[in-house]
Design a protein around this ligand. Structure first.
Ligand code: PHE
Length: 448
């Protein structure tokens, strides 16, 4: 009797953990960012490099973050302190945790802006704005949104308010439950949109664009972008997965869990591409549209299919939901940090962190209109935040995590913890000691 109970409890905890991690991983990165990066970077070669980064670098780092979190049992900064002192390593490893918190804060600021766009599109779907519009009309809706600072600030504020509200009350548990229903729904809707894509006449070209590589177009910048996005989409290099690992029991198999999360994340991103690019080709839209890509393509579908307003409404509701589950995982470590180092309580810390990220977000959204000429290092504020995080913070903290795991921990302990036999473990070691770190270092420094 008790054996049965135990087996069940274990299963549900692993499921809950995998779903929570998937909730953080799957978000705007998959549906908003991945497709436009593919579009900007010339297609299939980027996709393949991205996949290689996901499996050869992202997956091992995901496992490493969980493993360290499970050992440290604390927030990322204290976890790094703890595992460093246990292994007799330098206190400087704490920088890995600190870099993570700062990265999370910077990402949250512009993430909320895009979450706001998704909210704005819920309203547009509700009011039937997409119906009967061609690509030009849909494009006009989007440029109208970008041109109005007040509208952008309104939706950005609402998104941040939702995120802050949830984190302040600590109701993430209920959200996890909801995610178990809503994430699959988002997946199903995406698949339906892929089917719509097949009817547009642009599907063949989309497939070719996404999967027939033109290697001659590849340059270092593209490789760094793919690497950075692999970190972004798996929520790595920010201590977030480390925090999730700290709630983990001994019995959970890290490699298997990582495989599940990575596959779900990848499938959703590819499906988003297959839903969007057929419309781009069929309508003759610009592949290099940038961050607006999804907002000028999918509504064309919603405006032209039966009950499209409803499909559009469902889509943007689910997208917003996916964005919120990721945003709370971005805010959480920042709040934890403020809370531990200040006299403000939970609510006060959440407010301070939220307002600070919100203010930075306002600067970011102004770069789509009044501040579009305001450049730092040749980039507007939005691009600067994106570049700083994806191309600097995430790869460097991720590198710290994997170096620590591979070189500072007892190898035999790690092998047992991962449940690998000696042969598989030598492959794992090859990857975490040499391949993944060298990959990050070469790509990173080649671009400096
Ligand atoms: N992984 C999330 C996404 O793809 C974004 C995110 C990054 C969330 C980092 C948390 C931490 O949308």
């Amino acid at each position: 009797m008790s054996a049965v109970k135990q087996a069940h409890a274990q299963w549900s905890s692993r499921m809950g953990f995998v779903l929570a991690a998937t909730g953080s991983a799957v978000g705007l990165g998959n549906i908003w960012k991945f497709p436009y990066m593919v579009g900007e970077s010339g297609g299939a070669a980027f996709v393949f490099i991205y996949l290689a980064c996901i499996f050869l670098i992202g997956l091992p780092i995901l496992v490493s973050e969980w493993l360290l979190g499970r050992r440290g049992q604390k927030n990322p900064i204290n976890t790094m302190q703890e595992v460093a002192s246990i292994s007799g390593s330098s206190r400087l490893w704490v920088l890995v945790g600190l870099g993570g918190v700062l990265g999370a804060f910077l990402i949250l600021s512009f993430y909320s802006v895009i979450g706001g766009w998704s909210l704005a599109y819920i309203k547009d779907a509700l009011t039937g704005s997409f119906s009967g519009q061609d690509a030009e009309g849909i494009g006009a809706i989007f440029s109208g949104l970008l041109a109005s600072p007040a509208t952008l600030i309104f939706w950005h504020s609402l998104f941040m308010l939702i995120t802050v509200g949830i984190v302040a009350r600590g109701v993430t548990r209920g959200l996890e439950k909801a995610a178990t229903l809503l994430m699959p729904a988002l997946g199903i809707l995406l698949v339906l949109l892929v089917f719509y894509g097949m009817t547009t006449g642009g599907f063949g070209q989309a497939l070719e664009f996404m999967f027939r590589a033109q290697w001659s177009q590849v340059n270092g910048g593209i490789v760094l972008a793919a690497l950075g996005h692999a970190f972004f989409t798996l929520s790595l290099g920010m201590g977030i997965m480390m925090a999730y690992g700290s709630y983990l029991g001994e019995e959970v198999n890290l490699l298997k869990s990582a495989r599940t999360v990575v596959i779900m994340d990848t499938v959703i991103a590819l499906a988003a591409g297959l839903a969007i690019f057929p419309i781009v080709f069929a309508e003759g839209l610009d592949l290099g549209e940038g961050p607006g890509l999804i907002f000028v393509t999918l509504p064309v579908a919603f405006g032209n299919i039966a009950v499209g307003w409803l499909v559009g409404l469902a889509f943007f509701l689910l997208l917003t939901f996916a964005a919120v589950t990721s945003a709370i995982s971005l805010l959480e470590p920042v709040v934890e940090f403020v809370e531990e180092r200040s006299p403000l309580g939970r609510a006060g810390s959440t407010l301070v962190a939220g307002v600070a990220a919100w203010a930075l977000g306002v600067l970011a959204l102004l770069s789509f209109n009044v501040l579009s000429e305001f450049l730092i290092l040749g980039l507007n504020v939005f691009d600067l935040l994106d570049t700083l995080t994806s191309k600097f913070f995430l790869p460097l903290t991720g590198l710290g995590v994997i170096l620590f795991l591979a070189w500072r921990l007892d190898k035999e302990d790690v092998r047992k913890e991962l449940g690998l036999d000696v042969y598989d473990f030598s492959l794992w070691n090859l990857i975490v000691r040499y391949l993944a770190p060298l990959g990050v270092i070469v790509v990173f420094f080649a671009n400096l």
